[in-house]
Design a protein around this ligand. Sequence first.
Ligand code: SF4
Ligand code: SF4
Length: 398
Amino acid sequence: MLACIRCGLCLTSCPTYVLSLHESEGPRGRVGMARALAEGHLDITPDLLEHESNCLVCDACSAVCPAGVHMDPLQVVLRAAIEPSRHRSVAQRVLRGIVFGWLFMDMRRFRLLVRLLWLYQQLGLRWLARHVGVLRLLRMHDLDGLLPSLPGRFVVPNGEVSGSGEPAAFFAGCVMSTALADVDRATLRVLERAGYRVTNPRSQGCCGALHAHGGDLVRGKELARRNIEAFEHTEGPIVVNSAGCGAMLKDYAHHLGTDSARAFSARVRDLSQVLPQLPMKRGYARRVVYQDACHLLHAQRISRQPRDLLRSIPDVDLAEIDEAGLCCGSAGIYNVTNPNQSRQLQRRKLDNALRADPEVIVTANPGCLLQLRAGLAERGSTVEVKHIAEVLDEASAP
Ligand code: SF4
Ligand code: SF4
């Protein structure tokens, strides 16, 4: 907070400022409010809570700030500090307790929930709920729209080792290993073809990003400690295919400040960082737009590697889009907690992407993937949204 020189260079990078043109909806305003709060000049008012909660923690401001202000850790600590002062209804508290304290703390429970949702889709209950209007009645229509078509088989990390060559460890993720298990399997295949002997360590779980950004830093740190322990006896890079998880895993060093956390974070690599030697076996003759995930572009400063990988596939026609660095509005559970801003950003991102006339939009984050798919489905568009691992898997298949 003290580093901020109030230059305003961050303003036009900030999605909520771009939408509102309001100082308190921009990074400079948020830093100012947090500092005034810490120094005792401001109370925790509903206004302050709203402006701070509207932050997507996309780190677009951190990426351009000349003074080195880093919004993600600032928001994490701020949200944990103001959480006890928030007025939440009993229902909200119960829901938070279930989601943060029960569901995401144990992958067996998380897998059970996704299995139930799979049954909901397979037994035709989803179709029924949509057509008789139950979802609209419960105001869950938008939430249901984000749910992908779920796979029947998950990736359950069990300490198994696959492939041969350089050692690497795979971070499977909670949503990635269940709702998007096919992407995890594609990632493992791609890593093997790139010459890695990949370990998928048992007892790894959710990365804790949802907790840290949702004001529950205590549980976020607990998950971080468990993951560090789970990867303790593995070697090589810890490879992750979700931008949001990757940013959080790299932040374990900051949040815990221990030697083991620093050693863990130093090993974390995004999938696109470890595939220079991936042999491409077939062409992919499609017009592709690569959608930068904020937690890859801004938080991890990775933009060249995924583009280079896509360009290395024969016949790919890669197009760039306007406002590529502006968030798509997904941002963890932002599309659930802040649907209005999320919607506006989703529309803006899709307008920009579709102007480039793509056949496929490629991204590297589950949140972006689901957000864009839901938006395209609403428009009746036939443009596909794929994870970069799926495209690389297709192009490198023997
Ligand atoms: S760019 Fe950095 S220093 Fe300038 S106003 Fe924004 S946060 Fe403050
Ligand atoms: S993290 Fe993103 S939404 Fe939050 S202040 Fe920075 S640019 Fe704006």
